[in-house]
Design a protein around this ligand. Structure first.
Ligand SMILES: [Cu+2]
Length: 122
């Protein structure tokens, strides 16, 4: 009987240790990719689409280069930052430095290309 109790208590100890370890593990960040074929594509050479909001830091209407101070990019899992994108120059017509915009981009792993951009009211 004594032996049984010892085994039982050491099992309980093991179980509590296991529970401790599990609780201490950091939660994994949630997968931000939306369900569908895109999420199953290999990371390399993957083309991803994202949308975000931000403020135009600079733009060149001739080359289509645009720099946006943007918030988190939905679909790409990017945090907010300031970065440069490329766009068809026509897309940038009517936009100016300082404008708040909402935009959509395609990311090919190296370059973010703006596919849609418009002034956001707020
Ligand atoms: Cu960025």
């Amino acid at each position: 009987m004594k032996k049984f109790l010892m085994i039982a208590s050491s099992l309980a100890l093991l179980a509590s240790l296991a529970a401790c370890k599990k609780a201490a593990e950091a939660p994994k960040p949630a997968e931000t990719a939306t369900a569908g074929s895109m999420a199953n594509m290999p990371m390399a050479q993957e083309t991803k689409r994202g949308t975000g909001e931000g403020k135009i830091v600079s733009l060149n209407a001739e080359t289509g280069a645009i720099s946006i101070e943007h918030g988190p990019i939905t679909g790409l899992g990017w945090p907010g930052m300031t970065m440069g994108f490329m766009a068809k120059p026509d897309l940038l017509k009517g936009l100016a430095k300082g404008d708040k915009v909402s935009f959509a981009i395609v990311w090919d792993g190296k370059t973010g290309t703006v596919t849609k951009i418009e002034k956001s009211g707020s």
